[in-house]
Design a protein around this ligand. Structure first.
Ligand code: ZN
Length: 132
């Protein structure tokens, strides 16, 4: 079974902490040991794991991606959102998190983020928990 999280982003670029929602899906799945896939089926968004305790970490990541992939550069893609496509590929569309004792195995400071690079939009994140 694949679970869908619906995320309504409010800004052009935004990281949304989805840790608790993913954790809830894992708990309800009844899987004690296995893996959890978190996947964003979008070309201008991504999923990543990083610190969710200090929000300045996310701001620094967003700023660093802006320096790497500036809006004001020459791109072939004429839709105007080439930087969002490139950031999506740099960060990646999915994460795999181990499941142990019926819960996600995450470090103390780790959280799961949906990364919006071309919002605001309504987005989907797909979550699948597999026993094994
Ligand atoms: Zn595009």
């Amino acid at each position: 079974m694949i679970h869908t999280l619906t995320i309504r982003t409010k800004s052009k670029v935004e990281f949304v902490d989805i840790t608790q929602q993913v954790r809830e899906i894992v708990r309800k799945s009844g899987v004690r040991e296995g893996v959890c896939y978190v996947y964003a089926p979008h070309t201008t968004a991504a999923v990543t794991i990083n610190e969710n305790a200090d929000p300045s970490v996310v701001r620094d990541i967003i700023d660093a991606l802006d320096r790497l992939v500036p809006q004001a550069a020459r791109y072939s893609h004429l839709e105007g959102n080439a930087p969002a496509h490139i950031k999506s590929t740099l960060v990646g569309a999915s994460e795999v998190i181990l499941v142990e004792g019926g819960d996600l195995v995450l470090g103390t400071w780790q959280g799961i983020f949906f990364c919006e690079f071309d919002g605001p939009r309504t987005r989907r994140v797909l979550v699948k928990v597999v026993e094994g």
